[in-house]
Design a binder for this molecule. Structure first.
Ligand code: SF4
Length: 348
């Protein structure tokens, strides 16, 4: 699949290489700064947009480089205002991005990989093969795209970003961190890292690496079961990244960074919704200062899991609240357009 692209992607070109190119072409070094500004701050989708460069400079750049743009192939709007965009990448692959509007909070949910290699049993993306990692620029562009949609449809800017779309962000570590760096940089979108949450299925070694790299963003763990036997059945990654290993890595992350940690817990009917499950979740939570989001599930055709009923949900959350846990129930958004958590699968 895909189109052969032989020119270098300008956004992936290092500062040193760009300076060398400009010098070889007899151009002044300050052009590099102008070009970088177009690439990130002004989110140019083509070299021709760089209007403060002469036509001859643009021609020289066009001969050697390209900017691999992303394009909204189509989008759907949910009854609750959620917008899901099918994004076409330069080589023809598709990913999905979602805008979740709420009172005082406009959140972009972005993808980090085409497909996913982690095969979580309840997740539609997990039934797709992982085709490739997204470049930092492709992740960045999703944020810009969703921000523009936010302005257009709601007249307000984006406030938050979650890396919870397609793919496991920590398996595309370098590009995810580079995208965050550009999103938070004054030379990029200048957003606060406190407004960014990277969500992982749980790769202990990489969580520790985040801590060692002293990242400033928040971390979410897709936990969904606080019992290794149960978690192994829905998330095979748990076989090699057990709960004790994750607990140790998260504690290390918290102690080193002090950044917020959230546990995401989908309450599946008759699987992880008993009071014994709540007790196990409490025991897991006790050592790590985290808040817990209980998430409503959206059944997918590939799996047999169902959403827990309301009475069970209330009992489960009451148990945790009485134990002093900061627990919130997250109602599903964008269900009718398959934009909700676990439903992203390029269906259209
Ligand atoms: S839940 Fe996340 S890590 Fe698991 S299969 Fe889906 S996209 Fe991959």
């Amino acid at each position: 699949m895909g189109v052969q692209v032989d020119k270098a992607d300008l956004r992936k070109t290092s500062d040193a290489d760009l300076l060398q190119f400009l010098s070889d072409m007899g151009e002044k070094p300050f052009r590099a700064k102008q070009i970088k500004e177009w690439l990130w701050k002004k989110s140019a989708q083509s070299i021709d947009e760089m209007s403060n460069l002469s036509i001859s400079t643009r021609n020289k750049l066009n001969a050697a480089f390209t900017i691999n743009p992303i394009k909204v192939d189509h989008f759907q709007k949910s009854n609750d205002g959620t917008l899901k965009s099918a994004i076409k990448l330069y080589d023809g692959y598709m990913v999905e991005s979602v805008l979740i509007p709420a009172q005082g909070r406009m959140t972009a949910c972005v993808s980090s990989q085409v497909g996913c290699s982690l095969t979580c049993k309840f997740c539609a993306t997990g039934y797709m093969d992982r085709a490739r990692n997204l470049d930092a620029g492709e992740i960045y562009d999703q944020v810009v795209t969703v921000h523009n949609q936010c302005m257009e449809h709601f007249g307000t800017p984006l406030t938050n970003i979650v890396y919870m779309g397609m793919g496991e962000p920590l398996l595309n570590y370098k590009n995810v961190l580079e995208s965050v760096e550009k999103i938070t940089s004054p030379d990029g979108l200048n957003m606060s890292p406190k407004r960014i949450t990277v969500s992982t299925a749980g790769i202990a070694k990489m969580i520790k690496k985040l801590a060692d790299d002293e990242v400033k963003f928040n971390l979410a763990l897709s936990l969904h079961a606080a019992n290794d036997i149960k978690r192994n059945t829905i998330m095979p990654i748990n076989e090699t990244n057990t709960l004790p290993a994750l607990q140790e890595a998260l504690l290390y992350f918290y102690q080193k960074t002090g950044n917020k940690i959230t546990f995401e817990y989908i309450l599946f009917y008759d699987f992880n919704d008993s009071l014994e499950d709540a007790r196990e979740l409490y025991e897991f939570w006790k050592r790590i200062p985290a808040r817990i989001n209980i998430i409503e599930y959206n059944p997918i055709s590939e799996a047999h899991y169902k959403n827990a009923d309301e009475k069970t949900l209330d009992k489960f959350t009451d148990f945790l609240t009485k134990k002093g846990v900061n627990v919130q129930v997250r109602r599903s958004r964008g269900k009718d357009i398959d934009a909700a958590c676990g439903q992203l699968a390029n269906k259209n």
